[in-house]
Structure formats: structure tokens, C-alpha cells
Design a protein around this ligand. Structure first.
Ligand code: 5AD
Ligand code: SF4
Length: 475
């Protein structure tokens, strides 16, 4: 899930407070070198998770995190290339950081993540705003790169790996509510959807050692966390072979291993590819109360011809059957989606197919975007980006309007129902209210009661609902 654009370029009814998030921790006692780093993250949850790995690597060499970029010796920006707009935002931020350097000479600025991988040395040579360029598979090299950048050399490593999963690195949970955490279970993507730059920026798909995932989740649970989200570009193709027993762990098996750590540890996962989600995964969701009844299943388009151009490998009927299967096996499951409007050659009738599949699938919410051509992708090489911007925007507006209506109706149906909610903390608007989510990933806000705290499970009866939030009371 990507959440870098609160504009018409792409909208989901998501927690926008996560944008450009800053990781911070109280001064650590360990061998500090007195230096501070500041890190800002854009894009998908995987980037936020990677920033925690980066923070861990930097803290090992004595850097402390700071919330304030102006105090930092090292400013890092973990970037996203998924749409042009995301890259524009990063360029703006780099100019702001460049100005800060004038007041604090010696400060290093580094670009991490997908833009580092896509633009490589161009970031150092042409734009001259940065000292470090580090791709998603090269974070272990950061200590060396920071040292050489401090000596006045430019630090760059954008080598992609077929093996790197950072399995042994314990992420530093810096901007955490102490209840929910991300666990990266795989990296890269082999799917080659024609619109998508990710296979180029994050490289080949590889799955992380299952035991290291279970160990990380167990450790989190013991520290008081109550929800883990298993992250990957395509979690359903997770596959790890135990080198000793040769047993193959699939995603369904992995989820069960994590679910069995403790019934009070909730499991979420993202993202699923419709072609790879199996009945075994659906049965695991059905059978384990602590595996959340929520699937993010991006459709991208509701039209079979467009899906073929997108190289999604399923068609409209196939997707609809998958939706039927989900609701058949898990009747109370919520499903959400990603939708792209105005992909190359999309006609009005084909756009209508996207609208009707939203209705058919009854998504609880969607992340919605208009198509943004990315250099180097299959679509950029093969198809003309021929839908005028105004038409893309108009179609996107129609998609958003319909999805908002469907989300509203979906939420209205929850009025009167009682849900088990994991308290995440104070609501955005009031410290007299808690917020938390139900299994279906819906945010529920309700008045506080004494003795309750973040990390507790409570039963909440829903009294009212908008398209984005449910409100209720403790019972
Ligand atoms: N243009 C618009 N949206 C895109 N996405 C991926 N690439 C593009 C692009 N070039 C969307 C897809 C994907 C989500 C993460 O971002 O919907 O599922
Ligand atoms: Fe991109 Fe498709 Fe891979 Fe998702 S599954 S990261 S959309 S190529």
C-alpha cells in the first residue's frame, strides 16, 4: 500500500498522518558517537519497515535518531518511485535539506530506496543535492558509505541482490505506538505488471527465513506488541525451504506459524496478488481467530483487455470468482483494492468495467490512482500514454466517488454490530477517546474508560459510521 499522495493523483481513505513519517527514539545509552540521524519515509509500508532496518544499522555505529532534521548530522530520505508525483515530492524535500546544509556545514544528505535505485549516480552528478545514494539491498553498506561521504567522497551503492532479506537485523521500532509493527517477510517482485517500476527498483523476489520471522514476531509479542503486519510486494508467493529438512514453508503455513505464537497476537498481511492467493490462505484466515479477516487484493482494472495489457495474468471473470471464493469461505471478510484509472488505451466502456467491479467486489476501501508512466517499465516501452490528463482525472474522480459511496454503505452495515477492537492509542481528535481497529481493518473511535490502555482488546458496539471511520461505545 502506498500513501504518498493526498491529491487527486491518487487517493485512499487511509491514515495520511503516516506521510513523510519521522523515526525517533529517546537518546540511547549505548556507544553513541554523539551524532544524530534524521530519516523521512515515503511510499509503501515496506519503505517504513526498511527505515527501521536502516535505523538499526545506524544505531550500531553510534548514531542516535532525532526528530529534528535541523539538528541532524545525517539526513536520510527513503524514497518511492511508484508515481511521478512521489518523486517530485522527494525532489522538493531535497531542496529544503540542501538549504539546511548551508546553516550546518558537514551535514550529509542521503537518498535511500526506490529513487536511489532508479536514478543511481544521476542523483549525485546531475542534481548535486545529495552525498549518499543507497539502494534497497545495500543498507548493510551504510556505515562504510557514511564514512566515505564524511571524508568528502560520494557514497553510492545501488547493487541489487538475489539473497538479501536483512533476516538477522532486528529493526529499531522508532515511531511506534508499541502495539502494531511491520515485519518484512520477503523482498522484490517477479511479477512484471507492465505499469510498475517496483521490479526494477527492488529487484528479484526472495523470501526470508521463516524462523527469523517467527522469532521477530515472538520478540515483539513479548515486548507488548499485539499486531504484526507481514509485508511483501506479493506475500502469497512467499516460499522458503528449510535447508535442513527441505520442508517448504508456504505463505499459508507461515501465517499459521505466526498465528500460533499467541492467540492475542493479531496477524495482518499485505499485499496479496489475486493470481497467487490460495484456498489454503483463505482457510488459515477462516480458522485462526487472530488472523485478521481482511484482504488487500488489488484489481488495478475491471476490464479483461486492460488487465492483459497490464500483464496482471488474470481476467475480469477470474477475479470475480476469486472474490466469490473469499466471501464464500470467509463471509465476514473485508476486501480492499488498488485501482488505476486511465491506463494506456483505456476506453470509456473499459473504465465502466472498473466501476462495476468495485461494486461487485464490495470493497471496504480502495487506494485509487491515475496512471503515471514510469520510465523503463514495460508499459512505457510498449504502449503510448494516450489518455489525456483531464480524462484520467475525471475517471479517477468517478472511481473515488463510487468507492466512497460503497465504503459508506459498507460501514453503515456495521451499525449495531459489536466488534473486538485492539486499542492503538488516543483518537486523532481527542484524548478522551481511543482509536483501534477491528479484524476487518476498520478504524473505530470510542470514549475511553479507566484502566484501559493501548494494546488491550475490548468489545465495541458501533453506533454511527462515515465512509472512513466507525464510532461506537464499549460494552
Ligand atoms: N501509475 C499509477 N499507479 C501505479 N501503481 C503502481 N504503478 C503505478 C503507476 N505507474 C499503483 C498500483 C499498485 C499500487 C501500489 O500503486 O495500483 O497496486
Ligand atoms: Fe508492482 Fe505488480 Fe509487483 Fe505489485 S505485483 S509490486 S504492482 S509488479
Amino acid at each position: 500500500m502506498y500513501n504518498n499522495n493526498p491529491t487527486l493523483e491518487g487517493i485512499g481513505n487511509i491514515d495520511e498522518s503516516k506521510q513523510g513519517d519521522v523515526f525517533y527514539k529517546e537518546q540511547m545509552e549505548s556507544d553513541s558517537n554523539g551524532k544524530q540521524f534524521y530519516i523521512e519515509s515515503y511510499g509503501c509500508q515496506m519503505n517504513f519497515s526498511d527505515s527501521e532496518i536502516v535505523a538499526s544499522i545506524l544505531s550500531d555505529i553510534g548514531f542516535n535518531p532525532t526528530k529534528n532534521a535541523e539538528n541532524a548530522d545525517l539526513i536520510l530520505i527513503n524514497t518511492c518511485s511508484i508515481r511521478e508525483k512521489a518523486e517530485d515530492t522527494v525532489r522538493q524535500r531535497l531542496r529544503v535539506f540542501d538549504k539546511m546544509k548551508n546553516n550546518r556545514p558537514g551535514t550529509l544528505v542521503g537518498v535511500l530506496g526506490c529513487m536511489a535505485e532508479r536514478l543511481k549516480a544521476k542523483l549525485l552528478d546531475q542534481e548535486k543535492l545529495v552525498d549518499l545514494v543507497v539502494g534497497p539491498d545495500a543498507y548493510r553498506d551504510l556505515p562504510k558509505l557514511v564514512a566515505s561521504a564524511s571524508d568528502g567522497d560520494k557514497g553510492i551503492n545501488v547493487i541489487l541482490s538475489r539473497e538479501e532479506t536483512y533476516a538477522d537485523i532486528s529493526p529499531l521500532r522508532l515511531d511506534s505506538n508499541g502495539v502494531c509493527a511491520f515485519i518484512s517477510i520477503m523482498r522484490g517482485c517477479d511479477n512484471m505488471c507492465s505499469f510498475c517500476v517496483v521490479p526494477f527498483t527492488r529487484g528479484r523476489e526472495r523470501s526470508r527465513n521463516a524462523f527469523s520471522i517467527v522469532a521477530e514476531a515472538t520478540d515483539l509479542f513479548e515486548k507488548g506488541y499485539r499486531e504484526v503486519t507481514l509485508l511483501g510486494q506479493n506475500v502469497d508467493s512467499y516460499k522458503w525451504e528449510n535447508p535442513e529438512t527441505k520442508e517448504v514453508i508456504t505463505f499459508a503455513k507461515l501465517m499459521i506459524m505466526v498465528a500460533e505464537i499467541h492467540p492475542d497476537l493479531r496477524i495482518r498481511f499485505s499485499t496479496s496478488h489475486p493470481k497467487d492467493i490460495t484456498d489454503d490462505v483463505l482457510y488459515a484466515i477462516r480458522d485462526y481467530e487472530n488472523i485478521c479477516k481482511y484482504i488487500h487484493l488489488p484489481v488495478q482494472s475491471g476490464n479483461s483487455r486492460v488487465l492483459k495489457l497490464m500483464n496482471r495474468t488474470y481476467d475480469r471473470e477470474w477475479y470475480k470468482n476469486k472474490i466469490d471464493r473469499i466471501y464464500e469461505i470467509i463471509p465476514d471478510c473485508a476486501v480492499s483494492s488498488d485501482i488505476i484509472s486511465g491506463f494506456c488505451t483505456e476506453t470509456e466502456a473499459e473504465h465502466q468495467d472498473s466501476l462495476s467491479i468495485i461494486e461487485y467486489s464490495n470493497y471496504s476501501m480502495s487506494y485509487m490512482f491515475y496512471y503515471s508512466e514510469r520510465p523503463g517499465t514495460l508499459a512505457a516501452r510498449k504502449y503510448e500514454d494516450d489518455i489525456p490528463l483531464e480524462i484520467k482525472k475525471r475517471r479517477l474522480t468517478e472511481v473515488i466517488r463510487l468507492q466512497n459511496q460503497i465504503s459508506y454503505n459498507h460501514n453503515q452495515k456495521d451499525i449495531g454490530k459489536t466488534f473486538k477492537v485492539l486499542i492503538e492509542g488516543d483518537s486523532k481528535k481527542s484524548d478522551q477517546e481511543f482509536k483501534g481497529r477491528n479484524s476487518q481493518n476498520k478504524m473505530i473511535v470510542f470514549p475511553k474508560k479507566e484502566h484501559l490502555k493501548a494494546g488491550d482488546y475490548v468489545m465495541v458496539k458501533v453506533n454511527s459510521a462515515s465512509s472512513a471511520t466507525l464510532r461506537g461505545e464499549l460494552i
